[in-house]
Design a protein around this ligand. Sequence first.
Ligand SMILES: [Zn+2]
Length: 642
Amino acid sequence: MAGFTPALLEEIRARADIVELVGQSVRLKKAGENWKGLCPFHTEKTPSFTVNPKKGIFHCFGCKAGGDAFSFLRKQERLDFPEAVRALAQRVGVELPTDGAERVQDGKLESLRAVMARAARFYSEALWKTGDPGADKARRYLEGRGVDAEVAQRFGLGYAPEGWDNLLGLMRREGLGDELLAQAGLVLPRQNATGFYDRFRGRLMFSIRDAQGRVVAFGGRALGPDEVKYINSPETPLYVKGHTVYGLDLAKPAIRERNRAVVVEGYLDCLMAHQHGFTETVAALGTAFTTAQLALLQRNAEEIVAVFDADAAGQKASARLEEMMTDTMDAGGLAWAVARTGGFERSGYFPVKVAVLPPGHDPDSLLRAEGAAAFQSRLDAARSILSFVMQQALSEEDLSTARGRATAHARVALILSKVPNAEEATTLAAQASRQLGVDSTQLWIEAQQLQGARARGRRSEQLTQSGRGAAESDAWPPPIPFERDLVALLLQVDEARAELLPVLTDEDVAHQGLRLVVTALRRTPSALPEALMADLEGDRERGLLAALLVEDRKWGDTHSHVAELKRRYHIRHRKHRVHQVTRAIIDAQATGDPALPALEDELRGLQRDLQREAEAVRELALARPVLPSEWPVSPQRRAETP
Ligand SMILES: [Zn+2]
């Protein structure tokens, strides 16, 4: 898979301590052979999230998420499979082979990083050089904005001098090619001549760094009134817009420690927040706060507080949010990321809170005018995004008229019906009912009715879809006990694998998820069951496998279980063959096919065989109960089952 050999994956898996890995983000308690904790993938109050260190797997009995260390990293850190392999390999000290293409790519990224780092140093040195009128102006600007020199240095602020080729000339002297600078987005090609010129000139420079603190882009602010206020780096192999959060490298320790990230809009908002002790602050860099940015923050904190101006942008944002809530989306497992200017992206359930600033203020101005305490009180008053949306809905209706109250009532009921957390919904219902002058129970019941109607709609939708058509993140429907036990037996008992795998056909396993597990097992029958994780494509299958592995079954007399199962499958297949042969005989009789006598012989043989087998099974069954669960009687096979 993706160029990693099974042996290599197995080595990484074997070296990884899944309890330690999961324990970084989930508080785990020992419970017998397993460890238990609150599931990081769904909201719960009693722990149903189980980690089994011996098998190296996790499984949640609530949301059915499950898998191995790779799956956990993928889910928790939003990595794709190769990324998860690399991350885990690095953690456990396994060296991965690199192919030529990767080395070239890595080499190119490394040169781009080197160029960006060199440019950042050049801009920074230029800012602190006294005597240069441009640099003096940049420093005066910072002073005027109240930015401490220490904070400016911490954030790597700089100055791009006036002139067309200051950076270009320096890089040339140091032997770095123009093409590389162009790829890094630092220079632009000349319009009517050959060659390049500096992109950033006469500007205050903000270094945009990745989570590891490496400079990946720049934002340049104009110092004069007549120019474009901000010029930013273009997208490069190092920098993808919407995938970077400004200040994360500096804020990460505080975000982890406080379990909270504060998101503001601008560079200076972010700097000022840090200067006033809110070191868990980052800036969204741009108009929309994207899912990728949320994911970056989610790796480090549970709570995200988005700071909104009390202006139209916030209101527009909330209108957009409500609109999205009223269409087909449901909040059972979904929430919304918010943008200051009204752009939203869907993401996994995520507790985003909204802090609204006093009218006329952004974080920078509020901090300078009223200090840390004022900002803190706004953060303390942050409310859930749902509550924010609800308040906006209420404030938009004229509650002094019957009509306004009725509309507000309907909007609020709809919003409440989408709140996945019952406790939060109750609190919100109480809040709204006070403002609407209605009974909160009434409001709550209406919301529940709406929720129920939607759930029924979803269920009938799911019924019309085939198993594979369901959303990718959904768990497989639970298998019937018989098939579950069969596959668990195959996974856990060597004899079962050796005896039954050759006998079983795909049709013998009706559950599609289990069938994929069996197919993977067929490919590598000697693999440890845990190692099959890497062979399964989807999270759903890995979850299913983890569910089968997490409970340690005591099988008792496996030898006779296996013998009996083998017999029963023989019988089933022979019955199937009886049907086929019977049909062929009918056809042969009609067409006068010379194969008729041979078919009739086969049928007689099959029937004799079946009779013998049926007697043997009856004796066996009398001697001992079958598997823990009953032999399945599926509708189409009812007639064939003994
Ligand atoms: Zn869960």
